[in-house]
Design a protein around this ligand. Structure first.
Ligand SMILES: [Zn+2]
Length: 209
């Protein structure tokens, strides 16, 4: 299954991706992880990415596309993959279309008020990156990661004003992609409100259709 998860921060993509990975034995591929891995492995592409990010610039489409294409040819994608955070632009979507055929694009729909509540309560492990929520998914011990014992922190952009701004930017940027995949009859809307279990059931129904 080759699938793209589209949705604003806080829409629950990460949680659903986690379940998908386990159930279907497919990797989740995010550009952030690819950048980090390429830099750590000091590949040619990684060196380029590092100098761009060090200069505080955005990684250009062709470089991002090259990294994704390379990653999608790895053996662990034989059952498919979940793309998260890619494509972000129409040129990226067009490039992806040239080297692979998707099964489905899921558009997570969640109202702004609910996203703000989710993000404002989010805590992230400073050491392994695991994500918690003070109400919905609290760690066993306050402020400490269950998995690695690292300290949990609140991302500086997880405050209501920044969240509103991020949502606005997200919607402006993503609208063209929604139209792109809708034209290709690949887009499916997922109601992302409610508990993880409820959303997961809805999600599985979409996959079955
Ligand atoms: Zn941790």
């Amino acid at each position: 299954m080759k699938i793209i998860l589209l949705g604003p921060p806080g829409a629950g993509k990460g949680t659903i991706a986690e379940k998908l990975k386990q159930e279907y034995n497919i990797p989740q591929i995010s550009t952030g992880d690819l950048f980090r891995a390429a830099i750590a492995n000091q590949t040619e592409l990684g060196k380029k990415v590092k100098s761009i990010l060090d200069a505080g610039e955005l990684v250009p489409d062709e470089l991002t596309i090259a990294l994704v294409q390379e990653r999608l040819s790895a053996p662990d994608t034989s059952n498919g993959y979940i793309l998260d955070g890619f494509p972000r632009t129409i040129p990226q979507a067009e490039a992806l279309e040239r080297f692979d055929t998707l099964d489905m694009v899921i558009d997570f729909r969640v109202r702004d008020g609910i996203i703000i509540e989710r993000l404002a309560g989010r805590r992230v492990c400073s050491s392994c990156g695991k994500v918690y929520h003070i109400k919905n998914m609290p760690p066993q011990k306050d402020g400490v990661c269950d998995t690695c014992g690292g300290a949990l922190y609140t991302r500086t952009d997880d405050n209501p004003d920044s969240i509103q701004q991020r949502l606005k930017t997200y919607r402006e940027k993503t609208e063209p992609l929604i139209a792109f995949y809708s034209e290709r009859k690949l887009l499916k809307a997922l109601d992302g409100e409610g508990s993880v279990e409820v959303v997961w059931e809805r999600f599985k129904k979409l996959l079955g259709n």
